[in-house]
Write a protein that binds this ligand. Sequence first.
Ligand code: PEP
Ligand code: MN
Length: 344
Amino acid sequence: MMIVMKETATDEEVEAVVEKIERAGALAHRSKGARVTVIGAIGDVEQDITVESLGLEGEPGVDRVVPILKPYKLASAEITHGERSVLEIEGRKVGGENFALMAGPCTVESRDQMLETARVVRDAGASFLRGGAYKPRTSPYAFQGLGQEGLRLLAEAKSETGLPIVTELMDMRDLDAVLEVADVVQIGARNMQNYPLLAEIGRSGRPALLKRGLSSTLDELLMAAEYILKEGNRNVMLCERGIRTFETAYRFTLDLMAVPVLKELTHLPVIVDPSHAAGRRDLVTPLSLAAAAVGADGIIVEVHPKPEAAICDGPQALRAEDFASYAIAVEQAAQLAGKALSAV
Ligand code: PEP
Ligand code: MN
């Protein structure tokens, strides 16, 4: 349930409510808005009775106590009273009026490939550099990523360009190594419901980009986000990357309706990945423009200096030489939705 404090509530009154919730063994989630503070009281199902019987109604500073109706609580738009979460990562803002452009190769292949791509996307105004060191491949015979060496190259690209790094974690055993480098830990579509992995990222506190599963509903995506949030990590962004439908003319169906609908359901930022949805370079720009115009908080897109020679996902990678004009077009589309490119 949600405890809405009065506009005049003092810090001490807020603290007293938080203490009461925590003493009952529940989680207290404070959200300080422009006008009022809202405290979410989240207990396990069996604990809800205890939370409800706390008798917070009428306590000093408390305006009203209302139930959270959704199955996800911390991810729900209700808990922030409609205010949007803005994450701040290495000085870049994600969410609200900010548009985050995340770009880079599918996978880290070599030092030259990584550094060249990093410079190109930095010069064009990208806010984050992506690149996979651990790759979820459909075939076990396909290239699985450079692993630790890939992480090292990402760190070098960051120190040279200053761009924060987005990279995927697939296996809990690589957690410490990934946390050494990742400013944002990507949870891939195939791991969206790997609950122990989600909880671990939650406990790490590191910003997470959670991709929607290939056949997952928005409710399932939000419940997955809840696993991260429940551990006290509020730095979660969601990512629509295309879902499986009956259509076979393209790889996945990019569900752009998910953007405005997620904004209704949650306060978390919503990023769109046009590359993996399309699987084809020619579709990436139009889908990116549509995503930006429909209100996405950012785009994560694949770029490669030589897509023909790419080890992984070359056909969908934007050519590095086209990236600057792509970034300008996307920025203009984002402006239609009232957003400006996020920068330091
Ligand atoms: C990726 O971003 O490189 C990737 C594998 O994406 P997804 O998990 O959406 O397939
Ligand atoms: Mn890829």
